[in-house]
Design a protein around this ligand. Structure first.
Ligand code: ATP
Length: 286
């Protein structure tokens, strides 16, 4: 994870191959079935994410956070503009498995053991059994589930299931993780524990992360930069660098630190700078 005192990648998108993600002039307009109604979900988005950088997207419900993540993941295509991942088109990056994805629902296969869930992408891409076994053991340790490989998803708590999903997303050592509210369904205590875990994992893997959340403290705790989006049409309202130290310095104590509260307030103020009509509905202050 990069030091937050520098803000790598801040400013206009460069499109350089060295950027983990480069988004230039991206818009997404959804058109109704008969072409009569249109929704401009995103308008003129410019953003770069540097290798190893943790960037959160936050904003009112419906401002286009998930749409932006889906465009990066090549699950949808922009109406205008360009997206590059490590210099590749979104499609090429998807085919080359440049990133891992984790969503709110862990999405595990209930009939496969924890280890078999984690090794699925490796199996699909033809890795030999011995290599898969070794890599899976490594990943289980990384997410703190060393003793749970033979269990089945329904024998695990929600937080443990989410850790399995993260391990699976990391299976092929991607340099980029795309996460859409991965902790949204967890209780507050589990959620904070998972945030601590994610900070540690990112420190160890040095993966860049684009993370969608509704929680301001979660965004501040995890991120090098917080991208605040405005209500429809989704635009970037502002980008806040979070100077709270490297992953090693982001422990439990940070949640009580003055700098943490200050950053939370700054994000809140940026959010409230959004047009008052839509307010910041759908954003949690906890
Ligand atoms: N496939 C689609 N067809 C039509 N409209 C869509 C489609 N996907 C998203 N939208 C619209 O685009 C806008 C942005 O949606 P999106 O899900 O990206 O918002 P969000 O910020 O992730 O919301 P939330 O915080 O509630 O999850 C919304 O108005 C939504 O209704």
């Amino acid at each position: 994870m990069t030091d937050q005192t520098t803000t790598p990648g801040a400013g206009a998108a460069s499109g350089a191959a060295s950027d983990a993600v480069s988004i230039t002039g991206v818009s997404r307009v959804f058109t109704g079935r008969r072409g009569e109604s249109t929704v401009t979900a995103l308008d003129g988005i410019d953003l770069t994410v540097s290798p190893g950088e943790f960037v959160s997207l936050i904003g009112p419900s419906g401002c286009g956070k998930s749409t932006l993540l889906r465009l990066i993941a090549d699950l949808d295509q922009p109406t205008a503009g360009e997206i590059r991942i490590f210099g590749k088109t979104a499609k090429k990056a998807r085919l080359d498995q440049e990133y891992g994805i984790a969503f709110q629902q862990a999405g595990l296969l209930p009939w496969r053991s924890v280890a078999a869930n984690i090794e699925l992408p490796l199996q699909l891409h033809g890795m030999a059994a011995a290599g898969r076994k070794a890599r899976t053991a490594e990943l289980l340790e990384l997410v703190g589930l060393g003793d749970f490989g033979s269990k089945y998803p329904d024998q695990l708590s929600g937080g443990m299931q989410q850790r399995v999903a993260i391990a699976r997303a990391l299976a092929e050592s991607p340099n980029l993780l795309l996460m859409d509210e991965p902790f949204g369904a967890l209780d507050e205590m589990t959620r904070e524990r998972m945030q601590n875990e994610l900070v540690r994992i990112c420190g160890e893997t040095q993966a860049a992360v684009v993370f969608v959340t509704h929680s301001i403290p979660e965004a501040v705790f995890l991120s090098n930069r917080v991208v605040v989006m405005s209500p429809r049409p989704g635009r970037i309202q502002g980008i806040l660098p979070v100077a709270l130290g490297s992953s090693g310095q982001r422990g439990e104590g940070l949640r009580e630190a003055d700098g943490f509260f200050d950053a939370v307030s700054e994000v809140r103020e940026l959010l409230h700078g959004a047009p008052a009509e839509a307010g910041a509905r759908g954003v949690e202050n906890r």
